[in-house]
Design a protein around this ligand. Sequence first.
Ligand code: SAM
Length: 345
Amino acid sequence: MTRALPAPVVDGIPFARAGREELRAEVAGLVAAGEVDRARVLLLADTDDWWTEPPPPAEQLARVPAAGTLREAMALLGMGRVADYFAHRWSDPTHLAGLALLQQHWPGSRPVVDVACGIGTQLRELARRGCTGLVGVDVVWAKLWLARRFVCPGARYVCVDATAVPGTAVPGLDVPRPAYVLCSDAFYFLRDKPAAAAALHALAGPGGTVVVGHAHVTDPAGEPLTPEGYAAVLGTDLLYDDDELTRALLAGRPPRPAAPADLHGSEAVALVAGDPLRPAPADLGTPLPPLRPNPLYVDGVRTWPSARYGAEYGPRSGYLPERWPDPLPPDAARRRLLVDLPEAW
Ligand SMILES: C[S@@+](CC[C@H](N)C(=O)[O-])C[C@H]1O[C@@H](n2cnc3c(N)ncnc32)[C@H](O)[C@@H]1O
């Protein structure tokens, strides 16, 4: 039997991360004493197990709530390469692949739980396209704080470890079933894959949908499985090659599923388990206005935020030309020359 975990709530985001019992107790004590600013600083310093940098000084973290933009807040949080990733998520090929997956398997009126949601990039897209009942889950409280403050304020957020979600016992995770459970660019990070898959299916409930995007195969980051390994642990045979998803979104056509045996050379795959639902009524290939010039272009030249970013995404970003085209092509928005950045990007 599971029981509700006591989880202190700061800025509307419960902190129920397993394995952080001391921090939870300390934060709960500070909240009870009315010391919310100190509690927030402690939570903003907490990172995931893969992060190798020390947290910034407490005085710096205390300035995060006053940041006027997403990027300023991420700089104060000392997020480094992860800040580059999130700041430019709106045009990277992995994000386009994720949109193609949503396009083909649309949640419609189902409640959505985005597991390992990061700063809520997909939740923002879903909210802007009319989806409701959105919940974002991540193990890093600071990322949820950024999501709520800058990216998708309309969703609810809960800080938990996705491999330790005890069904509906965590406050905020008692969503109506069947639900649509999304896990994008993160499943390969979850060390206990059977526990993670069980948690995703438990959140979705009978008749629900589990969508796992960009699960690494040949990309060695995280702890990847083979396509067959992912298919077995998630209990599905509906798989896609991630590059195919990106290409499909850019071409405005449905993506072609593939057999696991044909996906061994893929950098990453996507999987859909349970009810595959139906395609979205709208075209997610075209971002919603207001659109702004892609900030990757500096003085008309495509400029990666770091060599690491360029090495990871450059080879798959052929839709972004090296130089800003003038005049803009008719498909400038589809190719993400124009992007739908959050208002306070
Ligand atoms: C590469 S980011 C992807 C974020 C988001 N899904 C996206 O597509 O933009 C991976 C995310 O997984 C989260 N994460 C890693 N381990 C986790 C765990 N055990 N439970 C929940 N989230 C986790 C990280 O904090 C990070 O936000």
